[in-house]
Design a protein around this ligand. Structure first.
Ligand SMILES: CC(C)(COP(=O)(O)OP(=O)(O)OC[C@H]1O[C@@H](n2cnc3c(N)ncnc32)[C@H](O)[C@@H]1OP(=O)(O)O)[C@@H](O)C(=O)NCCC(=O)NCCS
Length: 173
């Protein structure tokens, strides 16, 4: 568990399925990260049991309400075509639309990066955002990521085809 002033980054619980569905069914959320919107609470529950069930994915819980309002994590970058270094993890995140532009994602990313620095020997992280989603790039830049100057096309992802991805990297060591 990672705690900040407004947030707790903690594992996903099956009891989060309703809020996950409420926020991740929003067509303005998943597609900006290359994922389809969730179609049912059952699908959200399955994602909690599978995709989110590991040590490097967290629910972003709002301390004021105890509700999960987003997701953040890092992991192997081999399933996308970002130009990662060997073994370099990819990081990603989303925040529920009612909470956008309040510094929530920046606060969560900063907490995860502090944790990675403290507890792992990860040397750098890679990430990217669709060029038509500049808010995500701004979050990365506020946390120290630098554009590599590269763009790539991820043809494997939902709606990813022909949407260029701007690549950024954070050197941790
Ligand atoms: C991208 C996302 C995670 C940002 O979350 P957030 O909690 O609103 O982020 P923050 O408030 O910490 O920071 C957002 C920054 O983007 C800026 N921003 C917002 N819209 C912008 C736009 N259209 N163009 C440029 N900057 C923009 C904000 O002003 C803010 O920067 P500032 O603090 O310098 O003013 C959220 O919008 C989201 O979940 N989007 C859908 C999923 C997604 O895109 N995930 C990332 C995939 S790579």
């Amino acid at each position: 568990m990672l705690r900040t002033e407004r947030l707790t980054l903690r594992p996903w619980f099956e009891s989060d399925a309703d809020s996950l569905f409420k926020y991740a069914s929003d067509p303005d959320v998943g597609p900006r990260a290359g994922c389809p919107p969730h179609n049912s609470v059952e699908e959200s529950l399955e994602i909690i049991r599978t995709v989110f069930h590991n040590d490097s994915n967290w629910a972003i819980e709002l301390n004021a309400t105890g509700e999960a309002i987003g997701a953040i994590g890092y992991g192997p970058s081999c399933e996308c075509n970002l130009p990662a270094r060997e073994g370099e993890p990819l990081c990603g995140y989303w925040v529920a639309k009612p909470y956008w532009n309040q510094g929530i994602c920046t606060e969560a990313l900063q907490a995860m990066l502090d944790y990675i620095r403290r507890t792992t020997d990860v040397r750098s992280l890679i990430s990217g955002h669709f060029v038509d989603n500049p808010a995500s790039g701004r979050v990365m830049e506020k946390c120290g990521f630098q554009p590599t100057g590269e763009t790539c096309i991820d043809e494997t992802q939902y709606q990813g085809k022909d949407r260029p991805i701007r690549v950024l990297r954070l050197e941790l060591k």
